[in-house]
Design a protein around this ligand. Sequence first.
Ligand SMILES: Nc1nc2c(ncn2[C@@H]2O[C@H](COP(=O)(O)OP(=O)(O)OP(=O)(O)O)[C@@H](O)[C@H]2O)c(=O)[nH]1
Ligand SMILES: [Mg+2]
Length: 339
Amino acid sequence: MALSASRHLHGQQRLAVQAINTSRNSGNTQLMASRTSKAVPVFNTSVKTLQEVVKLGKSEELSNRQLFARLQVDPKTVDRLDMLRLGSEKQGRFERKKWFRYEEPEVKLPHVSFFAGAQVVSSFPHESLPEVGIVGRSNVGKSTLVNQLCGSSAARVSDKPGLTQQINFYTADNDFHLVDMPGYGFAYAKEDAQKHWLPLIESYIRERKTLRRVLVLLDARHGIKANDREFMALLDLTHTKYQLILTKCDLVHRIDLAKRHLLVSQEVDKARNCIPRVMMLSAKHGAGLNELRKEILHTCSLGQKYLGTHKKKETIAQAEYFEQLKVYKDTARAKKRRQ
Ligand SMILES: Nc1nc2c(ncn2[C@@H]2O[C@H](COP(=O)(O)OP(=O)(O)OP(=O)(O)O)[C@@H](O)[C@H]2O)c(=O)[nH]1
Ligand SMILES: [Mg+2]
């Protein structure tokens, strides 16, 4: 597991991250940024723009936080987050008061029930149904996600990190399995326990033939951390398909969420086994869960069974929403002109 984090990065991304690190190490206290310098437009324009920001960071010795603040987001992306109710909103002046909302058609997954827990490889259950594994740092919300995806309370959840201490297998109506793993990067876990879990997770990932995809959960407030990179390097090495999910999106303002999404997407752009689409959700508020449910169903080849008329309903709901959004924006523009 002790794989070098930088090995996972590619060419330009590595340069960008190195430059960000250099700017961080070179002393953030001596800030040379002029207040008048322009924000660099970034969203939707891929690696080139990240380089621009990094160049700016180098020339002005900005910290990561300041670089982050300089990123600009595409209003269309913010509208999309708004539609899916992802990200928090500042109260007061920045709060959007709306009389309409996107009535997202719900995707229902079958209830899950716990059927096996494994602390050693020999306890892994027999390989039968397609499996989706859930990994991530401790306390990122893995067990909560298992519950929220399937509307159950089968998985135990705690606000203290390190609750899940074995690999837990949940079956969804004998159609597929969700596999909840212990978290990594938990500093207070007894070293023995950490030493035990990591090889166990690694064995599961290396050996499990029915494993269709691994969902790597990242806290939207922090993005990709060093131990996430190590884990992703392992997944690349073992040719395991994986996808990144930003969780706890309700705790991040939507502009910052858009920026975080951009940076994470750019970092994994060229990772060999990573699905390029980085998903966002809030297990607490339910935002983004439908998108992930659909992704899981398609991964387990269950789309036809569960998503029969969903696409049609979704198209109608979206058309209605965009129509109302247009009216809302036109009214707001007219009001502004009158003032
Ligand atoms: N605000 C917010 N809190 C969340 C969200 N998802 C999970 N939490 C909270 O995060 C805490 C940790 O959740 P768990 O599901 O136990 O996290 P875990 O990743 O399984 O943790 P370990 O088992 O220790 O690895 C709990 O207090 C949850 O209520 C979310 O989307 N938003
Ligand atoms: Mg857990």
